[in-house]
Design a binder for this molecule. Structure first.
Ligand SMILES: [Cu+2]
Length: 596
């Protein structure tokens, strides 16, 4: 464990009390949709095993993704549209509906879409997949800079706000995978994250090595997908910094339900952890980097392997439905926003309801999840107490160095070294999808105060809007030592701009964490700040009372507005904002009390 250097910094903050404050960062109410989402989900926490932080993260994601002002526009060239159409003609031929378009039959995959766990021996399927992805990525980049791979990934960008957080999620992604597989001409091996979840530390899994996905932390510089470009800078990941992996218990929980409406968003009674989509989100959060920006998630090839798994889980659910006398083809769900009869965005004339059809389902077969004792005869999995566990790949892991200073021009994902020498969690994604210069970030000092609860068995977490909850992350139930970890995360999510910045500190008593937000220029920036620990227990925010001297803090939601009036209450970009601290008289506009 690191020595907490924040103690000294905390002492320096005592000097603040004498400074006169003019408030240019002020507390604002949470947007209605976000607020009600959080309230609704936290009310259901007791049955959902979702710790309060993940409920908040889910709602923030939903709010941002569905915010029309933050939509990413994608225009396809006619060449791209023709390409996608030609793939769909092959899909039609493959699905056995045919056809005067029979001439495509020769080049198609037929029914050879047999998806296996990526680590299963022999490793041929994985190698074929890598070769196929690589060659699509290497195709010539069109006028808009997109290779064939990028065109396919951009379909997800275009569809993102219409096919998430609702019943279109499973059927749309199923159709999308079929399309991708048609382009690849090889089956997509699935990645079963529960096998990693059985490890003590899943970030050490062999999948995050050269042999498979390449490194999981920072810019992807090893493995077959190294140095991939994306619309927001080089491909990046940040495994294990947030979220959760699927667990076998989560899946059993899903299989207790009978109808799609029980396991599809919008969450029914159990909260989002009871829906397939909600659980799926947690893995996106867990991988981090581009996978955590749904607009750009498909630029990481992990996306296909992971989604093949999600589709497999859904297929298993459909099989169970058949046994329970439900016809999965007819168990079609609609919501206010998502209509099964609408066209599947980006998928050239197919309707969402096709995604439920037997015709599409029959195109794919799944080899069952690796089971003991063979565990796919793989050297990358072993059997322990009746379950397959992923091997750790550390012996093959390349050492990765993080850039101390990030190239100012490549701003898709900024990974900043944090205090200490281990993982890197900060990132900021371009505001309104344009490149953001570091210089445009306002670093808001956030004070975190920890009142250590000596009672080890007390899991209590308090959420301001709702009150006390006793839910912690399932990982912490399995590894209770995590409850004593003194790491506190703080995160700033843009409410009127697209951007997220996260950092952490080892907090014994108190610490200041600097969070990057979009610097207010003509506009004001609104940002939702949260703080929490590894178990997902949230800290209570309080905001500086305007013009109070000495400073007084009142409870608030964590949403603040940053204005450009003087004097500034944030720091501007030096490479390491902490270094400026000594001369800094900025009073933190927000404080968090962590009582657990
Ligand atoms: Cu998606």
């Amino acid at each position: 464990m690191e020595t907490p250097t924040y103690v000294t910094l905390a002492l320096l903050t005592l000097g603040y009390a004498v400074t006169v404050v003019v408030s240019l960062i002020e507390s604002v109410p949470l947007p209605y949709d976000l607020d009600s989402c959080i309230k609704q989900h936290i009310l259901h926490l007791n049955t959902s095993h979702t710790p309060p932080h993940l409920a908040e993260a889910f709602c923030v994601k939903k709010f941002i993704l569905l915010n029309p002002n933050m939509r990413v526009k994608v225009n396809f060239t006619t060449d791209e549209t023709d390409y996608i159409q030609s793939l769909f003609r092959q899909v039609e031929a493959d699905s056995g509906v045919d056809t005067q378009k029979g001439r495509f039959k020769r080049q198609t995959m037929g029914r050879r879409r047999h998806r296996r766990e990526m680590r299963s021996a022999p490793y041929l399927q994985w190698q074929q997949y890598v070769r196929a992805v690589t060659s699509l990525k290497r195709t010539q980049r069109g006028t808009n800079g997109r290779s064939r791979y990028d065109t396919l990934a951009a379909i997800h960008t275009a569809a993102v706000d219409e096919v998430h957080f609702g019943p279109s999620f499973c059927p749309w992604h199923r159709l999308y995978l079929i399309l991708i597989e048609t382009a690849l001409r090889v089956p997509i091996p699935y990645w079963d994250p529960t096998i990693d979840g059985e490890m003590t530390d899943p970030t050490q899994s062999v999948v995050w090595t050269n042999k498979y996905f390449g490194n999981g932390n920072g810019l992807v510089v090893t493995g077959p997908f190294r140095n991939y470009y994306t619309p927001t800078g080089p491909l990046a990941r940040n495994i294990g910094s947030d979220g959760l992996l699927f667990s076998k218990e989560n899946i059993q929980q899903l299989f207790r339900y009978r109808f799609n409406r029980d396991i599809f968003e919008p969450a029914s009674l159990g909260g989002q952890m009871s829906t397939l989509e909600g659980q799926h989100n947690m893995v996106h959060f867990w991988i981090g980097g581009h996978m955590n920006e749904f607009e750009y998630a498909a630029y990481d090839p992990v996306f296909w392997n992971y989604h093949a798994y999600v589709d497999y889980v859904w297929e298993n659910f459909r099989r169970l439905q058949v046994r329970r006398g439900v016809n999965p083809e007819q168990d079609i769900v609609r919501s206010w926003e998502q209509d099964p009869n609408s066209f599947a965005v980006g998928l050239q004339g197919l309707r969402i309801r096709e995604g439920y059809s037997g015709r599409i389902a029959r195109m794919v077969t799944y080899e069952s999840m690796p089971k003991c004792p063979e565990c796919g005869n793989s050297s990358d999995m072993f059997c322990r107490r009746g379950v397959c566990v992923s091997t750790s790949g550390s012996y093959r892991r390349n050492r990765i160095s993080f850039p101390r200073r990030v190239n100012r021009r490549s701003f898709g994902n900024l990974f900043r070294r944090t205090r200490g020498k281990r993982s890197v969690v900060s990132k900021f994604n371009g505001a309104k999808d344009t490149s953001v210069e570091l210089i445009d970030l306002a670093f808001v000092p956030v004070k975190v105060i920890r009142n250590i609860n000596q009672d080890i068995t007390n899991y209590t977490s308090v959420n301001l809007t709702i009150g006390i909850t006793r839910v912690i992350s399932p990982e912490c139930i399995r590894h209770p030592e995590t409850l004593h970890n003194n790491v506190i995360y703080a995160e700033a999510d843009g409410l009127n701009y697209k951007g997220k910045y996260k950092d952490f500190a080892y907090v014994n008593n108190s610490a200041i964490i600097y969070l990057g937000a979009q610097k207010p220029t003509n506009d004001t920036s609104e940002v939702f700040i949260t703080a929490y620990d590894r178990c997902g227990r949230t800290c209570i925010p309080s905001c500086l009372v305007k013009d109070s001297n000495p400073p007084i803090y009142n409870t608030c939601t964590g949403a603040i507005r940053i204005t450009s009036q003087n004097p500034v209450m944030y720091l501007s970009f030096p490479y390491e904002p902490e270094l400026q601290h000594q001369n800094n008289t900025t009073i933190p506009p927000i404080e968090f009390h962590c009582t657990f």
